[in-house]
Design a protein around this ligand. Structure first.
Ligand code: XUL
Length: 537
């Protein structure tokens, strides 16, 4: 019997609680897309007054989102899906994806409020009072530099933190955010019974109980022993007192962790026994959506942040850059990843300034210049950057002679931006020992052929794409299916075996060797310019 036999009509939902909005993708047991729906926080829930789904604080480094907005979004999204006739009664399992690192601070009454959800009142009405702080620190927050240095000092240096937790201390990683909360707002810390991630929080709302933090998302906290897949006592102790009890256990990715609460059955028509598979981070879910497994297969995700990631069996974490997470689909594998924070927001800004807001004009401008941009190089940061670690925003332009340039023509600017982003990504991939042999593109910008061509030329490898650009919610739906298949079989079933019938990828671009040589020649210069910028920031 095949692992999917009998599941033709069963449905699997993948939610994606991203920085900007909430989505859901519904597939059947034959990988057919049955339904999808999305909403945008800024425009659909304008009363939270977010921009890009976040609140940027006046200090320039603190970034939070209102946790209640995520709750209200869930009701709104499900209402829209129900109104569109989504057959919730056929759903057998749900899972989800959440922006990584963001934390939700639940107070003493929260778990009982979740258990007692009443279908005659909205989630917003019932869960408004469950937060020890209404403002959840999110991944764009860069305010914990001091806490990072302290963690590295306590654990024996950056490499020691990476060897234990998979990454050196990073500002956005949840443990450092927790240390800051304990130090600066001890009353909030004391009032907190449970610290959830965005992923485990959304799962907990759906299940009406505390769903644990899943191993791949738990790897983004600087708190978990990423090989043992449990909290590292030394990291907990170095972060805040009594932290283990506030975090709960870590849970494997593919198990049934709860069932959808009666609230959602009564309001939206879910059946009475729908499995909740632990929600994971957005990048781990994208890895699942792209079914990454083969040696040398890398994903390049071009979204709010740009990330490069792959599945590996034998990782060596770096104390300088990059992350290693427990895999969300294989209890014996790992995920390696680089993050560049200044991704699509910078591309959109340059598109607005140089191309009148049009991607078509942007593509035409890109076509007007040759690879290498006549020696011009641009490095653009609108936010503090993660890779390379730059604290101060700024646009840096350099002429062919290596001297700072005040401005570029529109065509030069567009090429400098796209080349600068990918050459930097390749540079840091090389430094982290990552060697892509093919790239699978995902995220909004993967639909842009000029950008994809440049990625292929810079890395010197072919680029492929899935049919959907949102592989995080698709991956969450695949993970719901995988969890269900494992439960039904009563054993761990390989992920590759489970998703082998999913649609093939399409080739988008093959690299041009001459252009690739030009980019290889640029690596050193870009590295030097970045090092100068880091030294000044
Ligand atoms: C990953 C990271 C971002 C967020 C975006 O470490 O910080 O990619 O996950 O949602």
């Amino acid at each position: 019997m095949g692992v999917l036999d009998g599941l033709e009509d069963a449905l699997f939902v993948g939610f994606d609680s991203s920085t900007q909005g909430l989505k859901a993708t519904v597939i059947d047991g034959r990988f057919r897309m049955v339904h999808s729906e999305s909403l945008n926080y800024d425009t659909d829930l304008p009363h939270y007054k977010t921009r890009g789904g976040v609140h940027r604080h006046a200090d320039g480094v603190t970034v939070t989102s209102p946790a209640l907005m995520w709750v209200e979004a869930l009701d709104l999204l499900l209402q829209r899906m129900a109104a569109d006739g989504c057959p919730f009664n056929r759903v057998v399992a749900v899972s989800g994806s959440g922006q990584q690192h963001g934390s939700v601070w639940l107070n003493n009454g929260a778990l009982s409020a979740l258990r007692g959800l009443d279908p005659s009142r909205s989630l917003k009405e019932q869960l408004g009072g469950v937060f020890a702080t209404p403002d959840s620190p999110i991944w764009m927050d860069a305010s914990t530099r001091g806490q990072c240095r302290e963690l590295e000092r306590r654990l024996g240096g950056a490499q020691a933190v990476a060897d234990l937790t998979g990454s050196r201390a990073y500002e956005r990683f949840t443990g450092n955010q927790i240390a800051k909360m304990w130090q600066t707002e001890p009353a909030v810390y004391e009032a907190t019974e449970r610290i959830a991630l965005v992923s485990s929080f959304m799962a907990s709302v759906l299940a009406g109980e505390g769903i644990p933090i899943e191993v791949s998302d738990g790897s983004g906290m600087n708190l978990m022993d990423f090989r043992a897949r449990r909290w590292a006592p030394a990291a907990l102790d170095a972060t805040a007192p009594g932290l283990g009890a506030k975090l709960g256990e870590v849970v494997a990715s593919h198990v049934v962790a709860g069932k959808v609460h009666a609230y959602f059955c009564a309001r939206y028509g879910f059946g009475g026994d729908v499995a909740v598979i632990p929600f994971a981070g957005d990048n781990p879910c994208s890895l699942a959506g792209l079914r990454l497994g083969k040696e040398g297969d890398f994903a390049i995700s071009l979204g709010t942040s740009d990330t490069l990631f792959a599945s590996v069996l034998d990782p060596s974490p770096s104390g300088v850059e990059g992350h290693v997470f427990a895999s969300p689909v294989d209890p014996k594998a790992y995920m390696v990843m680089l993050v560049r924070q200044n991704g699509s927001l910078v591309r959109e800004k340059v598109r607005d300034a140089a191309a009148g807001g049009s991607w078509d004009v942007f593509a035409r401008l890109l076509g007007q210049t040759a690879p290498g941009n006549g020696g011009r190089i641009g490095i653009y940061f609108d936010e503090p950057e993660i890779t390379p670690p730059v604290m101060k925003a700024g646009h840096y332009r350099f002429g062919a002679d290596g001297r700072p340039a005040v401005s570029f023509s529109d065509a030069e600017e567009v090429r400098a931006l796209v080349e600068g982003q990918f050459v930097s990504m390749r540079l840091h991939a090389v430094r982290a020992g990552l060697k892509p042999r093919r790239l699978l593109a995902t995220g909004g910008a993967s639909a842009n052929s000029g950008i994809i061509r440049t990625a292929s030329d810079v890395f010197g490898v072919p680029v492929y794409a899935a049919d959907v650009t949102d592989t995080a919610s698709l991956g969450a739906a695949y993970r719901a299916l995988h969890g269900w298949v494992c439960k039904r079989a009563g054993r761990f079933v390989g992920y590759a075996e489970t998703v082998s019938g999913a649609p093939e990828f399409r080739k988008l671009a093959d690299p041009d060797p001459a252009a690739n040589d030009v980019y290889t020649g640029m690596l050193k210069r870009v590295g030097q310019f970045e090092d100068d910028i880091i030294a000044r920031s």
